[in-house]
Ligand binder design. Sequence first.
Ligand code: COA
Length: 181
Amino acid sequence: MTADDLDAVAAVERASYTSGWPATAFAHEIEHNRLARYAVLEADGAIVGFAGAWLMVDEAHVVTIAVRPDLRRAGYGRLLLHALILMARAEGMEAATLEVRVSNDAARALYRRYGFHEVGERKKYYQDNGEDAVIMTTEEFASAAYERRLEGLAADLEARWPGVMEATAAALNARATRASG
Ligand SMILES: CC(C)(COP(=O)(O)OP(=O)(O)OC[C@H]1O[C@@H](n2cnc3c(N)ncnc32)[C@H](O)[C@@H]1OP(=O)(O)O)[C@@H](O)C(=O)NCCC(=O)NCCS
């Protein structure tokens, strides 16, 4: 995600969350938060979704993920989460964790596919409606079981979009090169 993406990101955010972040919050994240990593997904030249995480010592905390409402259930959420996990793993994170609204069946199902399981809850976590959050965590990225899971999920994405994993790896490498230069 770069400053040029922020208007499109904010539009997806507004369409996805009732009390979402303004573009300035994303700007702060990408410019000033050294722990933050955000990715956008482009299809046919337009931003269709984004995802972000904070790298907290050895654990990636998934902060957000959203896909344009008219383009959901097409696999974009999976692709974004996949890229985020590859990015976190490449930066030395050992596992990922997140909070999600109890009522958010779509997100919880997506996270379960990526090996997140429920480890607890935070009562009345969301200020807008007092809803509880479920805390979900993956197993260790380095475990054989998680490796197998990611390989299977990558194969699903490849079957849908041939070449997508290579393109994702290239995008992550380009980002890593920019960050180190
Ligand atoms: C969560 C979200 C990002 C998923 O994006 P998406 O592009 O629709 O996800 P995908 O098409 O990759 O779906 C992946 C899997 O998630 C699950 N899933 C996604 N939407 C679902 C729904 N409405 N109901 C049940 N399962 C769902 C399914 O297991 C799906 O796999 P399948 O299509 O093979 O069955 C999207 O619903 C969204 O932007 N929601 C609003 C923002 C939000 O709540 N983010 C999470 C905050 S914690």
